[in-house]
Design a protein around this ligand. Structure first.
Ligand code: EZ4
Ligand code: CO
Length: 402
């Protein structure tokens, strides 16, 4: 089998997505997600100008060799634009393999290690009562695990809280909006949110929380310690992780489990965190971390250290990435949990998919390959629109991590 064509579909059905389609001489094609939120066209240009011409004529079954060719062959290595581009190619090739062999992708990754993939979704509210209602709503829908975020009193537009009446969506069209942040107010407030949730909801539901890289290590240590009585499933991205030894300080003080890595793009961003038992869940996802080929290696490395997977799954990760994550999650032994933030009905209309949700678990479905199709005619009605993630400032105006 040979690759005969590769092209991009850039669309914005409620939000931007960059999708790669690879065609073969046997009429089988594969899809890959190439979306890097807020920097979409950088990846599109990288693929179009530098990667796609190199694919024509290659055997799509050679996922390892093509991965190495794009990674080592670029010379520069790593970085979100490169690794998202490689991921798009890699996922599309695995999709082709599954279709050519007439089997769902999970069968090529180890087969089923479990019946379904435990997922968590996002609950949020402007205040604690609204957040409580939101968690309850998702529990009523069957979710066994829910991420809870609430507005911090005295801080306008806290992370994870939607603008009135709309579902929470990280990116916004137009230039970046600015939001405010106060670590002091947040640290005083956050334990009261989880105390209330535990009192009202009991101890069975898994509660998660995203700190979004906003604390210093010692502040994160205080937060983790103060949340221990409410036994969170995890505290996510407690501080920026470029400095991997930051987590040693957090670990010295708290047993609250830690998940990190949604901004990582290679195993080398995380290997010290794993080797030193500094994290419990790795969030680096298939689309930003070099595709299925590299995610599988990362998961296998993590398994040596009893670190489990907990991949990023916000709306900027397209249904193609969601499907890929569900196939891998079904297959790897050290799967932990998968984030599942609902796409809009329009996004789901463009990317029709076989995956399903039932009673807290998702399943990738049994269609050959990934089990996702793209309706290109519908996609063409929604052209790309510039959009950005917000930036954040402290109350005195200092730029800080969003
Ligand atoms: O900031 O998806 O866990 N989810 C998150 C998201 C991410 C966005 C980045 O594009 O942290 O809100
Ligand atoms: Co996050």
């Amino acid at each position: 089998m040979k690759i005969t064509a590769a092209r991009l579909i850039v669309c914005s059905p409620d939000r931007n997505f960059v999708t790669l389609r690879i065609d073969t001489d046997e009429g089988i094609y594969g899809l890959g997600d190439a979306t890097l939120n807020g920097r979409e066209l950088a990846v599109a240009a990288y693929l179009e100008e530098h990667v796609l011409p190199c694919l024509i004529g290659r055997d799509p079954f050679q996922t390892e060799d093509i991965w190495q060719y794009l990674y080592r062959g670029a010379y520069w290595r790593r970085g979100p634009v490169t690794m998202t581009s490689i991921a798009a190619v890699d996922v599309a090739l695995w999709d082709i393999k599954g279709k050519a062999l007439n089997t769902p992708l999970y069968n090529l990754l180890g087969g089923r290690s479990r019946e379904g993939v435990l997922v968590y979704t996002h609950a949020n509210g402007r205040d604690i009562p609204e957040a409580l209602d939101s968690v309850r709503k998702y529990m009523d829908e069957g979710y066994l695990a829910v991420r809870a975020q609430a507005g911090v009193p005295g801080v306008a537009s806290s992370y994870g809280v939607p603008k009135a009446g709309k579902p929470y969506e990280p990116a916004e069209r137009g230039l970046p909006s600015e939001s405010l942040w106060s670590t002091e107010k947040y640290l005083n407030f956050a334990p009261s949110l989880f105390e209330k949730l535990r009192v009202e909801l009991g101890s069975d539901v898994h509660l998660l929380h995203d700190v979004h890289h906003r604390l210093t290590p010692i502040e994160a240590a205080r937060l983790g310690k103060s949340l221990e009585p409410f036994h969170l499933f995890w505290m996510e991205d407690p501080c920026p992780a470029e400095l991997q030894e930051s987590f040693e300080l957090i670990r010295r003080h708290t047993t609250t489990p830690i998940a990190t890595g949604e901004v990582f793009n290679s195993l080398w961003d995380a290997h010290d965190l794993m080797r030193h038992h500094l994290i419990d869940y790795i969030r680096m996802t298939i689309v930003h971390g070099g595709g299925i080929t590299h995610a599988k290696k990362t998961a296998d490395f993590a398994a040596l250290y009893q670190v489990r997977t907990g991949y990023h799954g916000a709306t900027d990760l397209s249904p193609i990435t969601m499907a890929a994550a569900l196939h891998l999650g079904l297959a790897v032994h050290n799967f932990g949990i998968q984030e599942h933030m609902h796409h809009s009905p329009l996004t789901d209309g463009v990317f029709t998919h076989q995956y399903t949700f039932d009673a807290g678990y998702m399943h990738p479905g049994n269609a050959p390959g990934l089990g996702v199709e793209i309706d290109e005619a519908l996609a063409a009605k929604y052209p790309y629109q510039r959009a950005y993630l917000p930036v954040a400032r402290k109350l005195d105006g200092t730029l800080t991590d969003w």
